[in-house]
Design a binder for this molecule. Structure first.
Ligand SMILES: [Mg+2]
Length: 164
């Protein structure tokens, strides 16, 4: 039987971008809770321009590496991320991050797109609805919500899906 296709977003799903932003700018700790999203995203962009290699060495999200390695035995996994168009180094950083954390398992499995809805597949784990995630043709597993707060929950959910 062919494995089902599982896409994984990077920032906020396998790579802890929020943690690194909080380290660089303490007032932006846990930025997802901030009210003014427009001002927030402007500030985050400025931090990235000042630290263009920020995407190279983000810490992994807790439990992500182990869960993804185990899931790769059962699913065809691809990393589906949106890089910063105005920061070309972010494209390189993401490529390096995948190799550093997943080695051979991640080889040739990185897709960078602003239109996640155009990809064919069964599941997408993403912490946001932007860049086409909400319109993805398969099931959007919304990471960080009360239904899918962490990797343990997502892993168990995807393992249960194999039996259906
Ligand atoms: Mg994300």
């Amino acid at each position: 039987m062919n494995k089902k296709i599982l896409y994984l977003d990077m920032d906020g799903v396998v790579a802890d971008f929020e943690k690194r932003i909080g380290e660089l700018e303490p007032e932006l700790q846990n930025f997802k809770g901030h009210q003014d999203q427009e001002a927030l995203s402007e500030k985050i962009d400025q931090i990235c321009y000042a630290n263009p290699d920020i995407f190279h060495d983000l810490p992994p999200i807790e439990g992500a590496i182990e869960a993804v390695e185990k899931l790769s035995r059962h699913y065809e996994i691809f990393f589906l991320s949106t890089a910063m168009w105005s920061l070309p180094q972010s494209f390189t950083g993401k490529r390096i991050w995948i190799e550093n954390h997943f080695g051979n398992m991640g080889r040739k499995r990185l897709i960078l797109s602003h239109r996640k809805d155009l990809l064919k597949g069964d599941f997408l784990v993403d912490d946001r609805t932007k860049n086409g995630a909400a319109e993805f043709e398969g099931e959007h597993i919304h990471f960080g919500t009360s239904q899918f707060p962490d990797w343990e929950t997502v892993y168990e959910y995807l393992m249960r899906k194999l039996k259906i």
